[in-house]
Design a protein around this ligand. Structure first.
Ligand code: NIG
Ligand code: FE
Length: 394
């Protein structure tokens, strides 16, 4: 593969070495070779390469790392959203209507819908995406959803513990046995991670502990939906078990914040869910003061956050959660990488994957300053200009 130099970058946000939280370099250049970043420095010193791309003084940032999506599903829940915007409350129960639509969809339909969502995400600068199962809730469908997810990403997550399957509503103990037993055995070869929705209306702390322990024994990494609707013991459990990330974190106690700050667990915020469920937005002040690490993800799903747009989530995080633009952009790139325990994405550094986003803007701050405007003008994924999502080659 020929080396390409991207030169004349007005502001390069490396998230690595450079000024401030975003690791800024002015008048920068990047050389990419064989899908990786080979050189980062001043445009005037850029080494010769086989090809050159002139950024025209625009900003370049790392591709977004969306560490939390539920991108394999069928149907939509526009009517449920409409009712919520007229005052109805969001509950975990809506998940079941997506389960019915998803079980009835063919694998081809699910694949083409997921392709469509990921192409949409890519156009908005996402280059790494995690995808969960969780709308199957029986052994065959959960496995099928993970097969679809694995066609698109290496970051696949088994979420059989999303809610209790409707046909087993009055046998929840049996459902937990199924998830921690046969369903996990069918899912584990296709999944990198296991996740549980630990919440009122979904699974309690004891059930969650048991399912995550089974997932760990099967070789999976741990993640957790925690403290989305209530200030439960989920966040504390996530930190105790050393989950890579606890996601949502809409309601955190001071003890949760301190525990997070003293741990390797990342707090992943999903402001699209607050937007779409009309819940209060969590603030980041306590996490900042305590020194905790946080990420932003889309939570793309048809119930609580039907968006693929990381720029939208960044704008919400800045306006509604008290993040500075630099904190939000870092959380959507390097933060997501940390939540997935990856060091090859989320930053522009020698050896990292050449996942880069050229903005139609002179400064990355425009991502929050100009909300709703399509500012992503070009995306490189593994060193190639990309317009269609494909699974990465290792
Ligand atoms: O992350 N919280 C649980 N799961 C999704 C919502 C799923 C749904 O409502 O369909 C979430 O918000
Ligand atoms: Fe989620």
């Amino acid at each position: 593969m020929a080396a390409e130099a991207i030169v004349n970058i007005g502001v390069l946000a490396t998230m690595d070495e450079g000024e401030g939280l975003m690791g800024l370099r002015r008048d920068g250049a990047v050389v990419i070779d064989d899908g990786r970043i080979a050189w980062v420095g001043a445009s005037s010193n850029a080494p010769a390469a086989d090809a050159s791309f002139d950024a025209g003084g625009a900003a370049v940032i790392p591709g977004f790392v969306d560490s939390h999506t539920h991108a394999v599903f069928a149907g939509d829940r526009a009517a449920e959203f409409d009712a919520r915007m007229s005052g109805a409350r969001y509950t975990a129960g809506g998940i079941r209507s997506t389960v019915a639509a998803t079980r009835g969809a063919s694998t081809e339909e699910l694949t083409s819908r997921t392709q469509h969502l990921l192409d949409e995400a890519l156009r908005q600068g996402t280059t790494t995406a995690e995808i969960k199962s969780g709308y199957g809730l029986d052994v065959a469908t959960e496995r099928r959803l993970l097969e679809v997810a694995a066609r698109f990403t290496e970051e696949t997550t088994f979420l059989g513990a999303h809610v209790v399957a409707p046909e087993m509503a009055d046998r929840r103990g049996e459902y937990v046995d199924l998830v921690a037993g046969p369903m996990l055995r069918a899912a584990a070869p296709l999944a990198r991670w296991i996740d549980v929705f630990c919440e009122e209306g979904a699974f309690d702390v004891d059930e969650t502990r048991r399912i995550l322990a089974a997932g760990r024994a099967a070789g999976l990494g741990l993640r957790l939906h925690a403290n989305q609707l209530t200030m439960s013991g989920a966040a504390a459990l996530g930190v105790e078990l050393g989950t890579a990330s606890i996601d949502h974190c809409t309601f955190l106690s001071d003890t949760d914040v301190d525990a997070l700050a003293a741990s390797d667990t990342v707090a992943t915020f999903v402001p699209g869910a607050e937007f779409s469920t009309r819940q209060p937005y969590p603030g980041v002040e306590r996490l900042r003061d305590a020194g905790a690490t946080w990420a932003i993800a889309s939570d793309c799903n048809p119930g609580s956050s039907y968006t693929t747009s990381m720029p939208f989530c960044i704008a919400l995080a800045v306006r509604e959660m008290g993040m500075t633009p630099g904190e939000a952009i870092r959380a959507a790139t390097l933060g997501g990488a940390r939540a997935l325990r990856r060091d090859d994405v989320g930053r522009i550094a020698v050896g990292a994957r050449a996942d880069l986003v050229l903005l139609d803007a002179p400064d990355p701050v425009h991502l929050a300053y100009r909300p709703g405007v399509p500012l992503v003008s070009r995306v490189w994924r593994d060193g190639q200009a990309a317009t269609r999502w494909t699974k990465r080659v290792a």
